[in-house]
Design a protein around this ligand. Structure first.
Ligand code: SF4
Length: 156
């Protein structure tokens, strides 16, 4: 626990995002495209008081119309291909896509191969990959905060 806390504090210092007067925010629309819920569980933990990503301006939103990033978890089932494309098309520019977990990145997981559409990058352009099965909340927090810093430094 203390190792994690130290690591998170270091990440926060490196990112240098103050809790107030931060350079921007990141609105994330999450879509479960066919996961086992492991990735969702870890993603939800990043909103708890320990990681508290909202404090850094990272918010999960209910509609892709309000989102900067489409964050996808799970193996992409064939039924989810059209909803994912529609969600992406309805996002304002510049729109970004993140694949969270090995399932979304590489279509690795327990699903029935006959019902899978392949990795997310076959369907949408992927800007951020967060590997793991599932990735830990620490890894998710690191990746999203670094992504946020990159975006603030190099706006599209
Ligand atoms: S990457 Fe692992 S934890 Fe995440 S949805 Fe796939 S099987 Fe579940």
């Amino acid at each position: 626990m203390f190792v994690l806390l130290r690591h998170l504090q270091r990440t926060r210092r490196e990112i240098a995002l103050p809790a107030r007067n931060r350079p921007g925010t990141l609105a994330v629309r999450h879509v479960d495209a066919g996961s086992c819920n492991g990735c969702e569980h870890e993603l939800a933990a990043t909103a708890n008081p320990y990681y508290d990503l909202q404090r850094y301006g990272l918010n999960v939103v209910a509609s892709p119309r309000h989102a900067d990033v489409l964050l996808v978890t799970g193996q992409i089932t064939t039924r989810m291909v059209d909803p994912l494309r529609r969600a992406y098309e309805s996002m304002p520019e510049p729109r970004l896509v993140a694949a969270l977990g090995d399932c979304a990145i590489a279509c690795q997981g327990p699903g029935d191969p006959g019902q899978l559409a392949g990795p997310l990058e076959k369907i949408l352009p992927v800007d951020l990959r967060i590997p793991g099965c599932p990735p830990t909340p620490q890894q998710i927090a690191d990746a999203l905060l670094h992504f946020m810093r990159e975006r603030a430094e190099h706006p599209q």
